[in-house]
Design a binder for this molecule. Structure first.
Ligand SMILES: C[S@@+](CC[C@H](N)C(=O)[O-])C[C@H]1O[C@@H](n2cnc3c(N)ncnc32)[C@H](O)[C@@H]1O
Length: 252
């Protein structure tokens, strides 16, 4: 995987390129609620919070949240655009979180796990910050349980290049269970459609997905040419939905 530096790429367009509709956000919050520990309020960590796409919604639904984010630029945008009285954004990473031991009931990692460099260290750090019985909600893709977004097929090597960003599911599970965690749930969540094919194309043009950084200039040009042609045939058609994996682990 070509490493993404969110301080130099993606940050300007991320919030627009990856914006969630109210329905999409609600779908995720319901899915998280179903696998979180019982009882409210819960103390949460949004690890790799980015621009705070989920952080205020987590606070509204479950209780106070700390968004931990290594990129200065992403954090600045979160602070400016995603404020909430029960949310704070702090510098840190999954490997090194500026919060006390056993202080959180859950941690969400929404598409941030594959960016973590020192994964064994992150497994230990996540165990440190969660209370016994605390949950880690890993919304990650896995090379062998990979969603098939409709637009990916238009890019040369599209599916293979995207799947290669992620570990196989058994490898992630092994990393955690060999360190004392247990799997409590694995399933998929189908996010409601973003809108039309045309709406989705507008977002994809912003290239706020790590996938695009893996392709050559030629592959990108060819892919966008094909995608533009396909969408031009029916831009008002609804963008198809697809199922996205969610793995839940418990710190014992
Ligand atoms: C695809 S974005 C996801 C952001 C947010 N969770 C969301 O869903 O919008 C990936 C984020 O992970 C962050 N990240 C990179 N390395 C990380 C690490 N070691 N620990 C935690 N987050 C990391 C990036 O800075 C970036 O903000």
């Amino acid at each position: 995987m070509r490493r993404i530096d969110y301080d130099t790429e993606q940050y300007q367009d991320y919030a627009r390129g990856r914006a969630l509709t109210e329905r999409q956000q609600q779908t995720w919050i319901s899915a998280f609620g179903a696998v979180l520990p019982k009882g409210r309020p819960l103390v949460g960590l949004d690890v790799g919070a980015g621009t705070g796409r989920f952080t205020p919604a987590l606070a509204r639904a479950f209780g106070p949240v700390t968004g931990v984010e290594p990129s200065v630029r992403m954090r600045e945008i979160a602070q400016a655009q995603s404020p909430h009285p029960d949310v704070r954004y702090l510098a840190g990473s999954a490997e090194d979180m500026p919060v006390p031991s056993a202080s959180a009931d859950y941690a969400l990692m929404f598409l941030s796990w594959h960016h973590v460099q020192a994964k064994p260290r992150a497994v230990r750090e996540l165990a440190r910050v969660l209370r016994p019985g605390g949950r880690l909600l890993l919304r990650a893709n896995f090379s062998d349980h990979h969603p098939r977004p409709w637009w990916l097929e238009h890019f040369p090597r599209g599916f293979a290049a995207d799947a290669a960003l992620f570990q196989p599911l058994h490898e992630v599970i092994e990393m955690f269970t060999s360190d004392g965690w247990r799997v409590t749930a694995f399933g998929t969540v189908t996010e409601p459609s973003v809108g039309t094919l045309g709406d989705m194309l507008q977002r994809l043009r912003l290239r706020t997905l790590s996938f695009f950084a893996q392709l050559s200039t030629d592959e990108l040009e060819a892919g966008f040419r094909r995608l533009e042609e396909a969408v031009a045939a029916n831009p008002a058609a609804p963008a198809p939905v697809f199922a996205e994996p969610l793995l839940t682990l418990e710190r014992r």
